[in-house]
Write a protein that binds this ligand. Structure first.
Ligand code: TRP
Length: 457
């Protein structure tokens, strides 16, 4: 018996093979529809630069410490998100953090895969030339037609799930790492091209002012909670994604530096998306507060104005699909790794079961704009409910628990040891400060923002 245990523990675990691979996969997780779809529409709906500033504060004071903590716990335990807590604190209920994470993963994927489905549909629409038009009435009609059709909504979602399943089956280094390494640099380049084009439109300056000149009159406690939820969502933290990816990190990887790089690059991508979208929104007289449809009605109108616009639009939606792919891989890796490492299922079995369950839950989000449009809980369709519940409740709750575990159970010595790679990195002072933030500042801040935003006091 003891022999078997030892050989299981010694079996080589798949992981990221190079330092660049770590960065690409982690950044691939962070950068996604959160940057290209959610960030612009939330910034637009919540008043622009003031929202951006609150978002920045949340990213620095909460996002960064939680991200570092998650990666650290995963790398130390080298296990899935439930197994990590079973290893680090055996016999305690802390593994529930991993359990909540699995739940959150399903709820996020349910609506995320539907937005990815719209993106995929737009790849084909733009190939066929049917979505491109400089007339806003036409681009919004084209989008409505897609989301109001139940069959199309479901089929595109299934196509997304099959695509992601295929990559996940290839494994961590040959699937996730290989795919994200090739595609992330391309995404950057294309966003810059679209951004420059948008800036050159007459009337673009109103968009820049909206994005960079803060107006604090729009900031309410609800808006602060939305900004914090966005920080969690964009950095992929609070539900075990970073923990799981951390478990694939190499032992000589500098975790705080990697987290800082990922955070900065993620922010840069969001800003580029904002610069690509808002000048165009104002130049064409769209409403910045259009909500979730913003990306799908403005981007086609921008492209319609430029030479080879049809071609650029295909490339843009292909790259958005790619960004969404890296993110979805990282969301699904959480349940897949829990199922395969906890229950001993094969990776294929775990992947297929996860996707089947998702097709079921996801359908309720996919049909939220058609047959289930009137089916509401708390006044929200399933699509909106899954979105609000995860970003505003589950992820922040996960963040609080992760900080409490690290600050009060794990403790300063092991924290400093794990994040200095056993003393080989000269970052003691930084870690001492970071520990205090993780122990006190972040969890209290999350708690206050969450309770106030939800109207508890
Ligand atoms: N960060 C991704 C995006 O911006 C989405 C994502 C991936 C995510 N993994 C996550 C969100 C884990 C919350 C939790 O699109």
């Amino acid at each position: 018996m003891r022999q078997t245990d030892a050989s299981v523990a010694a079996a080589p675990r798949d992981g990221f093979s190079s330092s660049f691979g770590v960065l690409a996969a982690t950044l691939g997780s962070a950068v996604g529809l959160g940057n290209i779809w959610k960030f612009p529409y939330l910034t637009g709906a919540n008043g622009g630069a003031g929202f951006l500033l609150v978002y920045l504060l949340a990213t620095l004071l909460i996002g960064l410490p939680v991200m570092i903590t998650e990666i650290m716990l995963g790398r130390t335990a080298k296990a899935d998100s439930v197994g990590t807590f079973k290893k680090l604190a055996p016999g305690t209920p802390w593994w529930l953090i991993g359990g909540f994470g699995v739940l959150a993963a399903f709820l996020i994927m349910a609506f995320y895969s539907e937005v990815a489905a719209w993106v995929l549909a737009y790849v084909f629409k733009s190939l066929a030339g049917s979505a491109l038009s400089s007339d806003p009435a036409h681009t919004s009609a084209a989008f409505d037609q897609l989301i109001h059709d139940p069959l199309q909504s479901l089929l595109w979602q299934w196509a997304v799930l099959v695509l992601i399943g295929g990559i996940l089956l290839l494994g961590v280094s040959k699937g996730i790492e290989a795919v994200t390494k090739k595609l992330m640099p391309l995404l950057f380049i294309l966003l810059v091209v679209v951004g420059v084009r948008s800036l050159l439109l007459p009337g673009a300056d109103a968009g820049l002012r909206f994005l960079f000149q803060p107006d604090f009159s729009k900031i309410s406690s609800g808006v602060v909670l939305t900004a914090m939820g966005l920080a969690f969502f964009k950095l992929s933290i609070g539900m075990g994604t970073m923990l799981t990816y951390g478990s694939y990190f190499r032992d000589d990887q500098n975790i705080p530096a990697t987290a800082l790089r990922v955070m900065s690059a993620d922010l840069l991508v969001s800003m580029l998306a904002g610069i690509a979208i808002f000048p165009a929104v104002f130049a064409f007289g769209f409403a910045p507060a259009a909500g979730p449809s913003l990306l799908f009605i403005t981007i086609p109108a921008v492209f319609a104005q430029m030479p080879f616009g049809g071609l650029f639009m295909v490339v843009f939606f292909v790259l958005t699909a790619i960004a969404a792919t890296g993110a979805m891989l990282s969301i699904l890796e959480v349940p897949v790794s829990v199922l395969s490492e906890r229950l001993g299922w094969s990776r294929a079995q775990a992947t297929v079961c996860t996707l089947l369950a998702l097709a079921l839950i996801g359908a309720s989000a996919a049909l939220s704009n058609s047959v289930l449009a009137d089916f509401k809980w708390f006044g929200m369709t399933m699509f909106d409910l899954f979105d609000a519940l995860t970003s505003n409740v589950l992820l922040p709750l996960g963040g609080i628990l992760l900080c409490l575990f690290t600050g009060w159970v794990w403790g300063p010595r092991r924290f400093a040891d794990a994040l200095s790679n056993g003393g080989t990195l000269a970052n003691r002072r930084l870690l001492a400060a970071l520990f205090l933030v993780t122990r006190w500042v972040s969890p209290l801040l999350i708690l206050v923002v969450m309770l106030k935003g939800l109207g508890a006091f």
